[in-house]
Design a protein around this ligand. Structure first.
Ligand SMILES: C[S@@+](CC[C@H](N)C(=O)[O-])C[C@H]1O[C@@H](n2cnc3c(N)ncnc32)[C@H](O)[C@@H]1O
Length: 275
């Protein structure tokens, strides 16, 4: 992704998949949202910003912590996800929760937030230092940052199984570049420390967080072919070309399924810092 316009178009497309799979993703990653808001140590009446909020699950978890006298704002660059997040907040009648369609790397947020949280929403910035300088300005001095990002593919082996299974059918696979914007962009904790130090954050702490939420065999296949990096590749193929790839992926996932249930461990970093 060369610039933020590319990123916005990418997330409008990818966001449609997250909208479609919102229920599964929310269930799968609910413990990670809880770990993030716990780490942010949110209190009644505080103002919190959720970066790359997607369909709003972490914003809602934060809203419960800050209560009706607090304020939870979700920001995301993907129009379909922000639309869904707004609809869900309306349906739940949640007060003090709003969503903003914006690029968090450059948006001039109104300052004065007490805390900033994110579940998997901060690894995609083309210029992460610019983004984290910008985000720090949104916080009060001493404000808290807590986010979850993925550890590398070596710690998330199931994430690579579908790609390896599909490889013989494809001429090209998505390149995995360590430290490039993308889901594994913050896999290297030294890089995260470097970005945060360069953008003026202090008291940086990084710890491993593992979330072995069980999923069904069908859900694991959905995650593998609809949500992951295979999705845009398979989406460009017709059904006849897609089917043998889906079948190969399903076969490759079999060893990870026991009695119809897969333990899809999400291996993450839980990162915290102060403005
Ligand atoms: C992996 S999804 C996570 C969504 C959500 N936090 C969740 O856990 O369900 C990453 C999110 O970051 C958003 N995003 C990526 N770059 C962004 C940017 N520059 N500004 C705001 N949001 C961004 C995407 O649109 C997407 O919704």
């Amino acid at each position: 992704m060369a610039d933020n316009r590319d990123m916005s178009a990418y997330w409008d497309r990818t966001g449609r998949v997250w909208v479609e799979q919102q229920e599964l993703l929310d269930r799968l990653f609910a413990p990670i949202a809880e770990a993030v808001v716990d780490r942010a140590d949110l209190r009644n009446g505080e103002h919190v910003l959720d970066v790359g909020c997607g369909a709003g699950a972490t914003t809602f978890a934060a809203a419960w912590r800050v209560g009706p006298s607090g304020r939870a704002v979700g920001v995301d660059i993907s129009a379909p996800l922000v639309e869904l997040a707004r609809r869900r907040a309306g349906e739940a009648g949640l007060e003090g929760v709003t969503f903003q369609l914006a690029d968090a790397q450059t948006e001039a947020f109104s300052p004065g937030f007490d805390a900033l949280v994110s579940r998997f929403g901060v690894m995609f910035f083309p210029d992460p230092v610019e983004a984290f300088v910008n985000l720090r300005r949104a916080l009060k001095p001493g404000g808290r940052l807590a986010f979850a990002c993925w550890r590398g593919p070596e710690d998330n082996p199931i994430s690579e199984v579908p790609l390896r299974a599909a490889a013989p059918f494809l001429t090209e696979l998505p390149a995995f570049e360590r430290n490039a914007p993308g889901r594994f962009g913050f896999a290297d904790p030294d890089r995260v420390r470097g970005v945060l130090a360069e953008s003026g954050w202090r008291d940086v702490a990084i710890e491993a967080l593992d979330d072995p939420t069980p999923v069904s065999a069908d859900e694991l296949l959905t995650m593998s072919v609809r949500v992951g990096p295979l999705n845009p590749i398979l989406g460009a193929l017709d059904e006849a070309a897609r089917e043998p790839i889906r079948a190969a992926v399903a076969r490759a996932l079999e060893p990870y399924i026991e009695k119809g249930v897969a333990r899809m461990n999400s291996a993450c970093w839980l990162v915290s810092a102060k403005a």
